[in-house]
Design a protein around this ligand. Structure first.
Ligand SMILES: [Zn+2]
Ligand SMILES: [Zn+2]
Length: 134
């Protein structure tokens, strides 16, 4: 699988046997990061993801006192990858940059407290008002 930004300069190639942990997040920071009503990131073992191209990174604190870093293309602005300090050794790839309408449903939906009202989740998706432990 290959993720790429809008202009194609920043890519992430995923070669893995691992099932991704797919997190759909409705928090206001993910809304601002993505410019969309939610962000969605698929997490893999970092060694299974090869990022190439120029990226800039932005790191923000999380509610739990960890950090969340997103990597984006300085030319077109697409976020292609992300990592959470809480999960060392794991690298996330933004689901939208995979451009695959058949990508699996999220493993969980978090920060439902700020979910846009019209968004409905499939019944199989666990939902949390804030983080996964809420
Ligand atoms: Zn780009
Ligand atoms: Zn979020």
């Amino acid at each position: 699988m290959k993720a790429s930004c809008q202009c194609g300069n920043l890519t992430a190639v995923i070669v893995t046997a691992a099932e991704p942990m797919i997190v759909l997040c409705h928090c206001l920071d993910c809304q601002k990061r993505s410019g969309s009503p939610f962000g969605e990131v698929a997490y893999y073992p970092a060694s299974d993801v090869a990022v190439s191209g120029e990226a800039r990174e932005f790191t923000r604190p999380t509610d739990e006192g960890n950090t969340f870093t997103s990597g984006f293309c300085p030319t077109c602005g697409s976020t292609v990858y992300a990592r959470a300090s809480k999960y060392p050794g794991i690298l996330g790839v933004t689901v939208g940059t995979l451009a695959d309408p058949f990508f699996p449903v999220p493993s969980r939906s978090v920060f439902e407290q700020s979910r846009h009202d019209w968004i409905e989740m499939p019944p199989s998706v666990p939902r949390h008002p804030r983080g996964r432990n809420s």
